[in-house]
Design a protein around this ligand. Structure first.
Ligand code: DC
Length: 204
């Protein structure tokens, strides 16, 4: 079974997806980490992003490993965040990432999180969720993770949101059959509990 969790940055996808995977004993696919790893490779080595994407050997598990190197922390750098949003607009990069993601999802049970899981990567996923939250709360969550001022984060977030929503290739939008969940002011356990219930219903 595949549970697809999409939505903008700071909507609570990672926390909910990790919590859900742990509760259900499913594997967890962080597709954003893959775009980040390719962005890091391009920043460090230069070259054509599509070629870097096709050549990159990315392992996801507890740690993110790029071509044999642990890059778990490096891919969270703000420069990488910015570059990832740019390269994620590249159609050839997306094609390479989607192929890798589909290969992973073809076996076993997964909770997969990203922007296009329900629309492009796994349109047949048994359960699709689209998480949202108010722009302020999303910025406050990201700022707490980064140790930054939430107002600054909110300004950058608006730029990245526009970039993600307006790009020609797989713009961020909910799948027609996705269930939309607003996580504003909701404790994560509450959202995970609700989603576990939705998974049980979807499996019946
Ligand atoms: O979720 P994140 O912040 O780690 O994602 C990093 C970037 O990659 C972000 O700009 C959105 C993009 N992304 C995407 O376009 N498609 C995905 N499936 C996952 C992430």
């Amino acid at each position: 079974m595949v549970v697809a969790i999409d939505g903008p940055a700071g909507a609570g996808k990672s926390t909910v997806a990790r919590g859900l995977a742990e509760k259900l004993g499913f594997r967890y696919l962080d597709s954003g980490a893959m775009y980040r790893a390719v962005a890091l490779a391009v920043l460090e080595q230069g070259g054509d992003p599509a070629e870097r994407a096709a050549a990159a050997d990315i392992e996801l598990g507890g740690r993110v490993v790029l071509d044999g190197r642990d890059v778990t922390e490096a891919i969270r750098d703000p420069k990488v965040t910015e570059a990832a949003s740019r390269i994620a607009a590249n159609g050839a990069v997306r094609t390479a990432m989607v192929a890798k993601q589909r290969e992973l999802l073809s076996q076993g049970d997964w909770v997969a999180e990203g922007r296009d899981i329900g629309t492009v990567v796994a349109p047949d996923a048994e359960l699709k969720l689209f998480l949202t939250a108010s722009p302020e709360q999303r910025a406050r969550r990201r700022a707490a993770e980064l140790g930054a001022d939430w107002r600054v984060v909110m300004r950058d977030q608006a730029l990245r949101d526009a970039q993600d929503a307006e790009r020609a290739h797989s713009p961020l939008r909910p799948a027609p059959d996705a269930i939309e969940l607003d996580t504003t002011d909701r404790p994560v356990e509450d959202v995970v509990g609700q989603v576990v219930g939705l998974v049980r219903e979807a499996r019946r």
